[in-house]
Design a protein around this ligand. Structure first.
Ligand code: FEO
Length: 174
């Protein structure tokens, strides 16, 4: 039995994933405005990944005949101090999302809901990757500093990020 409590919590998580998407899109816009097309591209892909995350929960709810309730998405911050600030906020946000996913997993254990546990194991792994990506970017930004030619080179490197297979699959299906 898919408990109401767990369904409510997953509805909240759908909203949290869309907020993440919206936040990364805002960051992408900020980076575009400051002529960092590579960092902006990286954040745009991050946005697309978050939409895939939201849809993973959405499709899971559909498959289990649950009630889906889409809530209002809060406005993300629109101004940042620097490129480094953008990525530091990304890491802090992903650490927050990790705690949300861990709490959901704990609830799925308490409710004895095995399908949710399987789904959430995918997200637990994904969060390890998400935090690593942000930490790696922060480390590189600290090496090159927040201006100058090093930052331009790093911007070019960020432009090479490829969409994950899940994002490609999602686009193909759309
Ligand atoms: Fe959906 Fe970036 O976690």
């Amino acid at each position: 039995m898919f408990s109401q409590k767990l369904q409510d919590a997953i509805n909240e998580q759908i909203n949290a994933e869309y907020y993440s998407a919206y936040m990364y899109l805002a960051m992408s816009a900020w980076l575009e405005e400051r002529d960092f097309p590579g960092f902006a591209h990286w954040m745009r892909l991050q946005y697309e990944e978050e939409v895939v995350h939201a849809l993973k929960f959405f499709d899971f709810m559909v498959e289990r005949d649950a009630h889906i309730e889409l809530k209002a998405i809060a406005a993300p911050p629109s101004d940042y101090k620097s490129v480094l600030d953008v990525f530091e906020r990304t890491l802090a946000h992903e650490q927050h999302v990790t705690s949300l996913i861990n709490n959901l997993y704990q609830l799925a254990l308490e409710e004895g809901d095995y399908p949710s546990q399987v789904l959430l194991q995918w997200f637990i792994n994904e969060q390890v990757e998400e935090e690593k990506n942000a930490r790696d970017a922060i480390a590189q930004l600290r090496h090159v500093g927040d201006s100058g030619v090093g930052l331009i080179m790093l911007d070019r490197e960020m432009a090479t990020r490829q969409p994950s297979p899940e994002v490609t699959g999602q686009n193909a299906a759309a």
